[in-house]
Design a protein around this ligand. Structure first.
Ligand code: HEM
Length: 126
């Protein structure tokens, strides 16, 4: 078992890196910057999001709580997939209104994941 606190530090660092990186890319998108097409600008976020996912799975394993059986973890996993999809549409969508809608949805999904994580409740507003 990997040390839980260390894994949590990796997980939380990826959370911060993921949303910071997304915000930088969203700014580049709005500024129509060619930087957005650089290979490393496109690949590094995949590495961060994969590490976010695997560190989350490691934490779940340590807690003996799993997506599919523990509702707040199922909610986080589904929301992570939606965040990645909305994020991709926000950065690569065809038209600006579509990109802006996806941008708002990506941030909303991210905020939802943070509140699910802190409350350990798939419906944190309850
Ligand atoms: C962008 C996606 C994610 C965000 C923003 C996020 C955010 C967080 C935050 C803020 C915490 C700390 C909660 C606390 O202080 O108690 C946390 C913990 C945790 N996360 Fe995530 N997470 C994400 C994805 C995932 C995924 C995909 C999984 C697993 C499938 C996962 C599993 C866990 C587990 C098990 C903990 C609890 C650790 C503990 O209480 O010791 N996370 N997450």
């Amino acid at each position: 078992m990997i040390d839980h606190q260390l894994l949590k530090l990796v997980h939380l660092s990826c959370v911060v890196l993921s949303i910071t990186g997304f915000t930088i890319r969203a700014t580049l998108m709005l500024a129509r910057s060619p930087l957005l097409r650089r290979r490393w600008v496109r690949t590094v976020p995949h590495l961060v999001d994969s590490l976010l996912f695997f560190s989350g799975l490691g934490l779940a394993y340590n807690l003996h709580q799993y997506p599919g059986t523990t509702p707040w973890l199922t909610a986080k996993l589904v929301a992570l997939v939606l965040y990645v999809i909305f994020g991709a549409i926000a950065l690569r969508g065809r038209r600006l209104p579509q990109r802006l809608t996806a941008l708002v949805l990506a941030y909303t999904t991210f905020a939802y994941m943070v509140s699910v994580a802190l409350s350990k409740n798939p419906m944190p507003w309850h």
